[in-house]
Design a binder for this molecule. Structure first.
Ligand code: UDP
Length: 453
């Protein structure tokens, strides 16, 4: 293949949500370290700050966008649909402006799979583009499979308890109920969004924040089906650190952790979007209390409906916290997971949290809420065997048992050994000659080839 004069600018288009911003900014850092200039195109909603960590990046804002209250009113799926409609013209304008100001130096546009409006501009200006998937490869496979099912009969299967417990054909060990359906909207609109996200249109490649030691068969499936190169280059948080928290981290929890015994603390965080019901919070609290283990709990303001923060919780709850717990509004999660006092992570199993926990060798209690979290939880329990999944109604007895299994029992010791083994494999994959490191180098080389388009 003929080599071109290498164009130096890569344009990134993140979804304006923490779980998507984090990995794309890490990808930006990884590509910057390979000599590319990075332009991040933001929407006016939930902006990344162009802080000192990204002072070498160039930021543009798509004119006209949605607001926080649009997300509340529309819910995530309708919000995404609308965002894609609204941003198409503004993004074309941004790219046009960029081409004019910086010369024709765009090597490619890397867009989050949920920001598929990017394709219209890419087509108009005849630019190469790459789809970036911030979920697991297995979740991508599931979305591809779901985008082809008949919504009506799938819904009937999901409602039938005899079927929903069964393994979905071809997706072992995922059951019907583990598939990334969502509580955030009717099945028809979810499947519609999924078919948009897996439609690679004119993209020349797919980059995935995963690695072959975690998801070999799903990656092979994608490589077979997608007809363009698939580059698994993760976990990006190990390959390229890039602090991009949209909320302020409360560092005081690290001082609290410093006072706790080695491997004794259960860290609880349900990511940036999940909402908890008060009754579940109470079962969790009493289960934690009965387990006698210390806990560090992230409760985001507004994440318990009807409560600004924790004020709707009963008196006894603050006593329990004072004795053995610590609550913050937002934690420096990576530092927390790395802390020797942390013995387990109760998580909603978002893909970033999953990778971050495995990356620190921390076993998990899995309580997924929706979407791809269910896929990750099943893999944590059944494939990597480093997690205990809590299914069905939450009650304090089950919570207590799960904490003990993870932090006290021999079973937890075995899970931690497997988690540490995986951590070492992840680290090896991003080191020189590791599979993810080679994959990133191959992607960069492909940008120099004439037929990359
Ligand atoms: N996170 C954090 N502090 C917290 C809770 C979460 O920094 O108190 C970060 C976490 O490290 C992860 C991201 O927020 O990188 C959440 O992403 P994930 O994919 O796990 O879940 P989502 O928020 O998308 O549901």
């Amino acid at each position: 293949m003929e080599e071109l004069r290498v164009k130096r600018r890569i344009v990134l288009v993140p979804v304006p949500a923490q779980g998507h911003v984090t990995p794309i900014m890490q990808l930006g850092k990884a590509l910057y370290s390979k000599g590319f200039s990075i332009t991040v195109v933001l929407t006016q909603y939930n902006r990344v700050s162009s802080s000192k960590d990204f002072s070498d990046f160039h930021f543009l804002t798509i004119p006209g966008s949605l607001t926080e209250s649009d997300l509340k009113n529309l819910g995530p799926f309708k919000f995404l649909f609308k965002l894609n409609q609204i941003c198409e013209a503004g993004f074309k304008q941004c790219i046009g402006q960029l081409l004019q100001e910086q010369g024709n130096d765009i090597a490619c546009v890397v867009y989050d799979e949920y920001m598929y409006f990017s394709q219209a501009a890419v087509k108009e200006f005849q630019l190469p583009s790459v789809l970036f998937s911030t979920t697991s490869a297995t979740a991508f496979v599931c979305r591809s499979v779901l985008s082809r099912v008949d919504a009506e009969s799938f819904l009937l299967d999901m409602k039938d308890p005899k079927v929903s417990d069964k393994v979905f054909p071809g997706l072992h060990p995922l059951r019907y109920k583990d598939l990334p359906t969502s509580a955030f909207g009717p099945i028809e609109s979810i499947l519609k969004v999924y078919s948009e996200t897996v439609n690679i249109r004119t993209a020349s490649a797919v980059i995935i924040n995963s690695t072959s030691c975690l998801e070999n068969s799903s990656l092979a499936w994608l490589q077979r089906e997608l007809q363009v190169p698939v580059y698994p280059i993760g976990p990006l948080h190990i390959a390229a650190s890039a602090p991009s928290s949209l909320l302020e981290e409360d560092m005081s929890c690290i001082e609290w952790l410093n006072k706790q015994k080695l491997g004794s603390v259960i860290y609880i965080s349900l990511g940036s979007l999940a909402l908890m019901e008060t009754k579940d919070v109470l079962e969790m609290a009493w289960g934690l209390s009965n387990s006698n283990q210390p806990f560090l709990w992230v409760i985001r303001p507004g994440s318990i409906p009807g409560s600004e923060w924790t004020e709707s919780l009963p008196e006894g709850f603050s006593k329990l916290v004072a004795e053995r717990g610590y609550i913050v509004k937002w934690a420096p999660q990576m530092e927390v997971l790395r802390h020797p006092a942390v013995g387990g992570f109760w998580s909603h199993c978002g893909w970033n949290s999953t990778l971050e926990s495995i990356g620190e060798g921390v076993p998990m209690i899995c309580r997924p809420f929706t979407g791809d979290q269910k896929v990750n939880a099943r893999y944590l329990e059944r494939v990597w065997r480093i997690g205990v999944q809590l299914e069905g109604e939450l009650d304090k007895g089950t919570v207590e048992r799960a904490v003990e299994r993870l932090l006290v029992d021999e079973e937890g010791v075995e899970m931690r050994k497997r988690a540490i083994d995986l951590k070492e494999k992840l680290e090896a994959s991003v080191r020189s000659k590791g599979s993810s490191c080679s994959s990133l180098n191959n992607f960069v080389s492909s940008l120099k080839m004439k037929n990359f388009m």
